[in-house]
Design a binder for this molecule. Sequence first.
Ligand code: SF4
Ligand code: SF4
Length: 135
Amino acid sequence: MTSKKIVLHFPHSLLDQPIVYKLVKDFNLSFNILKAHVTPNEEGVLILELNGDDADYEKGIKYLENSGVKIQPLSQDIVRNEKKCTDCGLCVPICPVGALVVDPQTRKVIFYDDKCIACELCIKVCPTHAMEAHF
Ligand code: SF4
Ligand code: SF4
């Protein structure tokens, strides 16, 4: 039995495809959606817990990869380099779990690392490379 929390990145062309439904129907997997988000550049991000027999799980993951879905485990540690952050706020609307928030009084961007699910979306948009993934 395998049970893992993973992040799925769907390109825009796959957003209307019944890909996750097929994981249940064709690969006997069950899932629990933890978060779902569509980014401003229309990439879909789905964070889910995927469960099933080991062999079915492997086949399901291969099916996702062959379909063009990028898969990332939830095992990385995201840190913010405070010296590089300019509080520009670009990362705030991108974060699917509210881990990056503008303080209404100071206008500074606060990073709640305990909420972060390591989806890496903020890393792609941060102009100063203040958000870093550590393995
Ligand atoms: S990696 Fe960045 S965007 Fe993703 S949850 Fe963590 S802080 Fe939010
Ligand atoms: S995008 Fe980068 S520089 Fe801007 S607030 Fe977020 S972490 Fe700071």
